[in-house]
Design a protein around this ligand. Structure first.
Ligand SMILES: CC(C)(COP(=O)(O)OP(=O)(O)OC[C@H]1O[C@@H](n2cnc3c(N)ncnc32)[C@H](O)[C@@H]1OP(=O)(O)O)[C@@H](O)C(=O)NCCC(=O)NCCS
Length: 206
């Protein structure tokens, strides 16, 4: 019993974070605004998201081919209800210089092995923007929500996503195949603990 309680607290699967935060706030980075997801964002998601280069390494629960109301269904029926239940936190990404235009998305989720997910619209990739967003939400996960560990699965082929994890000081703790939109692929579970995260931030004077 004691062992189970300890395991649950470690993974964050069933426990509430010590400081329960229901509503995600707007977060800021040097170049970005991270705005909590709203129903009205579905329109821009429907344009930016359904591209093979974006979906191929995402979990195969993403419908493909993407239906014309895929974004609305996702935002209305999955993401917003999970946010309201305090089980996930979703943000849309916007450049501070053009805040009306959504450029990507980042999410945090309570789960044993899948606590963070992200995608960036094709025109904005390769500018270091997702690295910036990851810095802000990972800090939120550990320092506001107070979870003890963050884990994320990645396909081995997904070089850009793996690079972000490496640069953030994450370690691969398990090798496993998963079903992605592109099919069953080898990959791994990446992890960083709260202690490692804080040490890294201190080291960088943040
Ligand atoms: C992963 C993703 C969000 C990265 O967004 P981004 O804004 O381009 O990321 P950044 O520019 O902050 O950083 C990307 C890093 O990966 C590197 N990179 C890009 N493509 C790469 C590749 N094919 N192989 C290895 N590294 C690569 C970049 O050089 C950069 O590293 P650096 O900072 O050391 O130069 C974007 O590629 C994407 O949306 N992919 C599809 C969705 C997805 O796979 N999400 C993750 C699921 S686990």
């Amino acid at each position: 019993m004691k062992k189970q309680a300890k395991k649950t607290a470690r993974t964050g699967r069933e426990t509430q974070p010590p400081h329960r935060v229901q509503k995600a706030p707007t977060l800021k980075t040097p170049r970005l605004l991270l705005r909590p997801l709203e129903l009205g964002d579905a329109k821009q998601i429907q344009i930016l998201f359904p591209h093979w280069e974006i979906v191929r390494y995402l979990a195969n629960r993403v419908p493909w081919p993407y239906p014309p109301d895929g974004a609305l269904q996702y935002v209305r029926d999955i993401a917003l209800p999970a946010m309201n239940r305090g089980e996930s936190w979703h943000w849309t990404l916007r450049l501070k210089t053009a805040p009306a235009q959504m450029i990507g998305s980042i999410s945090l989720m309570k789960s044993e092995k899948e606590n963070r997910g992200f995608w960036m619209g094709l025109p904005w990739q390769g500018r270091g923007l997702m690295s910036e967003a990851c810095e802000a939400v990972t800090d939120y996960w550990f320092n506001v929500l107070k979870f003890p560990v963050l884990r994320a699965p990645k396909a081995t082929e997904n070089g850009a996503s793996r690079r972000i994890s490496e640069r953030q000081g994450m370690r691969m703790i398990a090798v496993e195949e998963r079903d992605y939109v592109a099919g069953r692929l080898p990959g791994g579970i990446w992890e960083i603990t709260a202690e490692e995260w804080r040490k890294r931030r201190r080291h960088r004077g943040l």
